[in-house]
Design a protein around this ligand. Structure first.
Ligand SMILES: N[C@@H](CCC(=O)N[C@@H](CS)C(=O)NCC(=O)O)C(=O)O
Length: 480
């Protein structure tokens, strides 16, 4: 849940001034805001490209680092909204039966998808490299059809999905979902069977969700907004003279929560890059960097700490991580998060993940032992006796778990457990500096297996490439 109090997000205001511009590609108009490689194709509800708070939401997603595009695809009905879809006063609660002919006719995906493909082309031409779709109600029906035929979509999300229109048109929504080429996050509304609710096909036990899980196991998400009604994200608590899907501060709070859920799902699926805050040295950051490099997660990094570390859950220390709306601290937790979202590490078993975590914690214990010996001038004097003691306490434990050949889990790629050995054997802060303080402790002389394992891991192509570029592994900005 967002930490902001209800009403504070600018997209919740009744009035909104668009921050983007209108463009056109091959006869299809669109609203566009934001820039960069992360593209969001916003597929609106039955009020179209300028309905409710659609553009306010889009402007907000743009501020999170997305290039947002909203196609205008529907011939207007009774004047529409800004020339698209339904007019703002149209009530689907009272007149829902009038929508069927539109869904069968000009609003059918067979008419809409060719237009969406043109906008996807324009997005790519503008430099977008990764595309997520956000389908609102009816828009999710188009989104699911697009996800079945378009290889460019990395993930889809939907608030109050109406993919069940596929069933109303004689098709099978689950069969459609089974064709999706990407995972989805679904946010249906209401108590199942209650007023303003979405059907249970979207829930974890529902046929549509299960169909998505076949090709993307454990990558799909569903969270039911039981206290909100269908339509709340774009039309809850909007201008009073328009059709409203619920009203009041609770609805606004749910909108903020849902925007956060959508953003974080997009982030986890590679649309947005995580940002690491850490010093240019190994310390508690190097394993995070290595896991990202081998796991296939592109990260950005800065040594400039944010003003509000408390928002990350840290009283003062780094590393910190920012991803989507996620703000977090604690190196081991960050290592776990990056491994969790890594495409490479998706198939690790709970047992393998647990052993990786064990190695990560041992690395932290080793660090806790060495850090005072390199930073505290008095304790530094004891390094010649203390460093071998710490080494003899922990390194035999590590060596006992290392294979004579290959990697810890017997896979053809190294995981966090293997990468820990590289951080210990090659990182300057704290191990290299502690060895120096001890008068030149020779790790390779006593712990040959550990060093040989680190060498093997360092030769793995992604690690090798990382080490060739890394300034932090040997980084010593404090002259230790
Ligand atoms: N338990 C925390 C410890 C964080 C920590 O102590 N970080 C050190 C650098 S490795 C730091 O920033 N110290 C300065 C400070 O706390 O202000 C973690 O694992 O991330």
């Amino acid at each position: 849940m967002s930490c902001c109090p209800p009403g504070s997000a600018p997209y919740l205001a009744a009035e909104h001034t668009d921050e983007g511009k209108v463009g056109e590609v091959d006869g299809v108009s669109y609203y566009q805001v934001g820039s960069g490689e992360a593209g969001l194709l916003f597929l609106p509800d039955v009020w179209g490209w300028n309905g409710g708070r659609t553009r306010a939401l889009c402007d907000n997603f743009a501020k999170k680092g997305m290039s947002v595009w909203v196609p205008k695809t529907l011939p207007p009905f009774e004047g529409g909204t800004d020339g698209d879809a339904l007019n703002p006063q149209f009530s689907p609660v009272e007149r829902g039966s009038e929508l069927g002919p539109l869904f069968k006719g000009d609003w059918n995906p067979s008419k809409v998808l060719p237009q969406l493909h043109k906008v996807v082309g324009a997005m790519k031409a503008a430099g977008v490299k990764r595309i997520a779709t956000l389908g609102i109600c009816y828009g999710a029906w188009n989104g699911m059809h697009l996800a079945a035929e378009c290889d460019d979509i990395v993930c889809g999300a939907s608030a109050h999905p109406s993919i069940h229109i596929e069933g109303m048109m004689g098709g099978d929504p689950a069969a459609l979902a089974a064709k999706s080429k990407c995972p989805w996050a679904l946010f249906p509304c209401g108590e199942i069977g209650g007023p303003g609710s979405d059907p249970d096909m979207y829930d974890h036990d529902g046929p549509l969700f299960k169909a998505l899980e076949v090709n993307f196991p454990r990558q799909n998400e569903c969270k039911r907004y039981t206290k909100s009604i269908h339509g709340f994200l774009t039309r809850g608590s909007i201008k009073s003279d328009e059709f409203n899907a619920g009203s009041g501060d609770d609805v606004k709070a749910a909108v903020q929560e849902c925007v956060g859920d959508i953003t974080n799902f997009f982030a986890r699926n590679g649309l947005l890059k995580p940002k690491l805050y850490y010093f240019p040295l190994a310390g508690r950051g190097e394993l995070i960097r290595l896991i990202a490099a081998v796991g296939g997660v592109e990260m950005t990094e800065t040594a400039e700490a944010p003003a509000d570390k408390a928002a990350f859950g840290s009283p003062s220390g780094l590393p910190l991580l920012e991803h989507g709306e996620l703000r977090m601290s604690q190196s081991t937790a960050i290592e776990n998060y990056i491994a969790n979202i890594s495409p490479k590490y998706r198939t690790l078993t709970p047992g393998q993940v647990a052993v990786d975590k064990m190695f990560q914690c041992i690395k932290e214990d080793v660090g806790q032992g060495f850090l005072p010996l390199i930073f505290d001038p008095e304790k530094k004097k004891t390094a010649p006796e203390e460093v071998p003691k710490i080494a003899d306490k922990w390194f035999p434990v590590i060596e006992a778990r290392l294979p004579a050949d290959g990697f810890v889990h017997g896979l053809d790629f190294p995981t966090a457990a293997d990468l820990v050995t590289v951080v210990i054997a090659r990182g300057y802060v704290p191990t290299g500096a502690a060895f120096k303080a001890a008068g030149g402790y020779e790790l390779a002389a006593k712990y040959k297996k550990l060093v040989a394992h680190a060498d093997r891991v360092a030769a793995y192509p992604a690690v090798k490439e990382y080490l060739e570029k890394s300034a932090s592994m040997a980084g010593n900005p404090m002259n230790l």
